[in-house]
Write a protein that binds this ligand. Sequence first.
Ligand code: NIG
Ligand code: FE
Length: 480
Amino acid sequence: MDVEVLHHGGAVQVGSERLRLKDLLGPDRLQGGGLRIKGARLAEHSLWLALSDGTEHQVPLPPAKTTDRLATLIVRNIGQLLTMQGEGGVGLVAHAAVVCCREHVLEVVPDRDALSAVALAPGCRVVDACGGVVSPGLVDPHTHPVFGGERSVEFGLKAAGRSYLEIHKAGGGILSTVRSTRAATFDQLARSCGANLTRLLAWGVTTCEGKSGYDLTLEGELRLLEVLRTAGDCHPVDLHATLLGAHTLPPEYIDEREAYVELVAGQMVPRAAAEGLCRFCDAYCEDGAFTPEEVERIFRAAQAAGLGLRLHAEQFTDQHGTELAVALGAASADHLEAVGAAAIEALAGSRTTAVLLPGAALACRCPWPPARALLDAGVPVALGTDLNPGSSMTSSLPLMMSLACMQLGMTCEESWRAVTCVAAASLGLGDQIGRVAAGLQADLVIFDAPDYRYIPYHYADNHARVVIKRGRVVLERQRD
Ligand code: NIG
Ligand code: FE
């Protein structure tokens, strides 16, 4: 029986279930996110798939949920395991092993019990951490991974002294990427988005947030959200999408601000939410982008549609967007280079996470965001790459940890929490990822490093040797 292929080849509908390509093939066989499903047929207990590379596969249907406790993957010989358990610090356990059952962690045990604590499933894989550091899979809570073109010419202008806002207001910046994104095909965008996920994964990221925002038309923004869904369906990295229709005013609406805000609030947000294309809504609250009043109109619509809120706030100028984000119970307020003392106080009494983006501050020559003041006030602080073609062209989350430790006044422990448990909580995923504990998703990174401080200490060096996503090895490098 033929089954319906959905999401531009990213998934199939089997009965009442949507199965993503990565659920069917296993994340380790996805060829970097480039494969798509072209055809599918249901056989007995299995699915026949025709894939975009011309190959055909007979794959078993995902097994029905079982309660057995068999080890399918064990990471042993861990020098330092960072569990992130507890209120502060990294929850360090020395000489540990992590036993996983399919997609989840079964137990953390002393290394000497690694092979005897739990019965082994046939074919159980044992991965030697070689005495290195093992952390939860890193979580990047702020990226813009879907866009056409690139902006190296603008980088040259900035290097020669022009400012980001100057270029933005002259019709370059975000708008230049909007032009190349509109001109790109779905497939081109999905491929480059997948390539960005691969770059993030190379540094140990196993989950990220990703925004639209480079089309700025109704159908175009929905298309970008679809690209994000397809790219995430076909890539080991899990991608949680955010609508950023209010990134900047598109040229067609230059004299009709209100009409554009109305388009976002009245049509983009409800459609994106109704079609299940995103979990969050974001906006750029900035001089030259949107005012807090405009953002509020959009955010109220987003809340009514059941979306969570994230806000680009106080990047260059203090617009008091942070106070608005807090008042509306946003999941995060991001950037905050120009945030004021009152907003820090407001954040302290709220459930809004401060997501700091030191790569953007570095590249735009902004003052560093006040991480120390935020942390001292009790605000949860996460770190993101802000991967985007303009203000932060990087995929290195560990580099953000280094900048946080070297320039933002954060401790090594705070920087680790900021890219694991705090980032996960800001995405509403704190009970699934961002820590290592029984029952949580088996997302792990093995670093070739003698100590967890070695990672931020070695800035711009990559020490991630093995990455495990949902209990499977998805990246493996030779030891030096
Ligand atoms: O987070 N500030 C707005 N958005 C991005 C930059 C986007 C761009 O320059 O293309 C940011 O920095
Ligand atoms: Fe951003």
